[in-house]
Design a protein around this ligand. Structure first.
Ligand SMILES: NC(=O)c1ccc[n+]([C@@H]2O[C@H](COP(=O)([O-])OP(=O)(O)OC[C@H]3O[C@@H](n4cnc5c(N)ncnc54)[C@H](OP(=O)(O)O)[C@@H]3O)[C@@H](O)[C@H]2O)c1
Length: 245
């Protein structure tokens, strides 16, 4: 580690990409506040992550405004400040547009949209006061490169909106030395997909394979250390969003 320990909040850290991001920061010597909805699952992840002196778990639904506040308050109480917020918690639901139910729309808005807004508001208030911080959103390559064989209008709508919100919030917070960026993964090897789906999923990227969680975590680590990079949406997608193939 070539920097003093940072404090990093990672939402959705009990599984997949979020778990890998939490592990990557802990490996660098940083402090992590890990969030997930299911407290038991989050506790299992904490055991897997180790480093109890540098790790705090805060269970809660990111759609609840109180969770964002609790995450930031807990980070300040235990570690003194928040340097980085990673808005990673997310769900994906691919189906024909006309088949989405109101309950499915609500679920996507709750986790994927409100789960960006509320933790970001709580973190931004603190970061603006400190005149330092990074907010990093995990979006999706499919938001800028929809795929005909994977109908997913509602996830595209929300993740695409967050890509644009990333740029708008970056402009708003730039005078306060707070950087806002996004990582847009292609398909990633996480529990979101079962192994029998990998053959098809490999075909969705020009690279011919899906990403590892470490490849997404590496992009987040880069952005968390980038003082003059803001408002970018960084694709980590094996060429998926580069054009038609
Ligand atoms: N996997 C991919 O191919 C892929 C591709 C592009 C983008 N992404 C994005 O990457 C992010 C992580 O995906 P993943 O594949 O790692 O997912 P995952 O393995 O299913 O993990 C999702 C994590 O989010 C948490 N979570 C879900 N809803 C939550 C809520 N309302 N409040 C708090 N925590 C919540 C889950 O915890 P609980 O179980 O406790 O709810 C879990 O820790 C998502 O934003 C997803 O859209 C994934």
């Amino acid at each position: 580690m070539n920097h003093s320990p940072r404090t990093v909040i990672v939402t959705g850290a009990s599984s997949g990409i979020g778990l890998a991001i939490a592990a990557a920061f802990l490996k660098q010597g940083d402090n992590v506040v890990a969030n997930g909805r299911n407290a038991e699952r989050l506790q299992q992840a904490a055991v897997e992550l180790g480093k109890p002196d540098n790790l705090l778990t805060v269970a809660g639904d990111v759609a609840d405004p109180a969770t964002g506040t609790r995450l930031v308050q807990a980070a300040i109480e235990r570690f003194g400040r928040v340097d980085v917020l990673v808005n990673n918690a997310g769900i994906f639901n691919a189906k024909p547009f006309v088949d989405y139910t109101p309950a499915e729309l609500d679920a996507l808005v709750d986790t994927n949209l409100k789960g960006f807004v509320y933790p970001s508001q709580a973190a931004a208030r603190h970061m603006v006061e400190r005149k330092a911080g990074h907010i990093i959103n995990i979006t999706a390559a499919i938001a800028s490169q929809p795929i005909q064989g994977v109908p997913a209008v509602l996830p595209v709508l929300i993740k695409g909106g967050i890509n644009h919100a990333t740029r708008a919030l970056a402009l708003e917070l730039a005078p306060h030395n707070v950087q806002v960026a996004a990582v847009a993964p292609g398909i990633v090897d996480t529990p979101m997909y079962t192994a029998d789906m990998h053959g098809f999923l490999n075909t969705l990227q020009p690279a011919g394979r899906i990403a590892t969680v470490q490849e997404i975590a590496d992009a987040v680590l880069y952005l968390a250390g980038a003082a003059f990079t803001t408002g970018v949406v960084l694709p980590v997608d094996g060429g998926m969003s580069s054009g038609k193939w």
